[in-house]
Design a protein around this ligand. Structure first.
Ligand code: PEP
Length: 243
């Protein structure tokens, strides 16, 4: 799976980027998703109609509706054509003080609305330097993922905070260590079958020139891509590396 996170980038002219992606998509190819800003979501799903491109949101409120000025609900994302929602991205955790408990509650709300959740976890550089990476990831996995996870409703993205937007990536061994750990934790909690079926994405400075080697790591089922998803040429090269 290749999931693009456009973050707070793009106005309507940026939608033309997705046209160049369509020829790289097929029903038997890797699943491809773009999560544009909320203002572009409905326009993107209309433009992608009839193609294999899926669209998603970048966050949703924990409540189904109500007095929450400026927020967006899971049902609104569905109404705009979303199939997925990214939850607990490190930028949400830092910019909006989102806790594991909030991410867990949002994930439950998203599931009720019929969305699949991409729950993000990842350590800071200080936490890695303190040899606490697996402790942090274990806590985030336990705290951010609700009971009832399945391979259908959950995707987990491992995104080291220090690798996001920096051009730095962990070694392949470091990626493998964390992905194996997440897989083992999911199998222990949800049973082997479910734990094995949840897709695990790596995210953090994935580019056309490092995608193939990252995809060769065990328990890496794809990527969550920020900067390189904004340009169709780069994102399609990453999609091609998944084939
Ligand atoms: C992200 O923010 O999800 C991300 C992976 O960003 P980038 O690819 O730009 O590092």
């Amino acid at each position: 799976m290749a999931a693009g996170n456009w973050k707070m980038n793009g106005t309507s002219p940026a939608l033309s980027e997705i046209d160049a992606l369509f020829e790289h998509l097929s029903a038997d190819g890797p699943e491809v998703l773009i999560c544009p800003p909320a203002t572009l979501l409905a326009l993107m799903t209309e433009r992608a109609a009839g193609s294999e491109l899926k669209c998603g949101g970048q966050d949703c409120h924990v409540a189904a509706s109500g007095a929450h000025t400026g927020d967006i609900s899971a049902n609104m994302l569905v109404d705009a054509g979303a199939e997925y929602v990214i939850l607990g991205h490190s930028e949400r955790r830092s910019d909006h003080a989102e806790t594991d408990a909030m991410v867990r509650a949002k994930t439950e709300t998203a599931w009720v609305a019929g969305l699949r959740s991409i729950v993000c976890v990842g350590e800071t550089e200080a936490e890695r330097d303190a040899a606490n990476t697996l402790g942090i990831i274990g806590g985030q996995i336990a705290g951010s993922i609700p009971d009832g996870a399945t391979g259908e409703n959950l995707v987990v993205a491992y995104e080291p905070v220090w690798a996001i937007g920096t051009g730095r990536t962990p070694t392949l061994d470091q990626i493998g260590e964390v992905h194996d750990f997440i897989r083992a934790r999911l199998e222990k909690r949800f049973g082997e079958g479910v734990g094995r079926s949840v897709r695990l994405l790596y995210g953090g400075s994935v580019k056309p020139d490092n995608a193939s080697e990252i995809f060769s790591v065990s328990n890496v089922d794809g990527a969550l891509v920020g900067g390189a998803s904004l340009k169709a040429q780069d994102f399609s090269a990453i999609i091609a590396a998944l084939r």
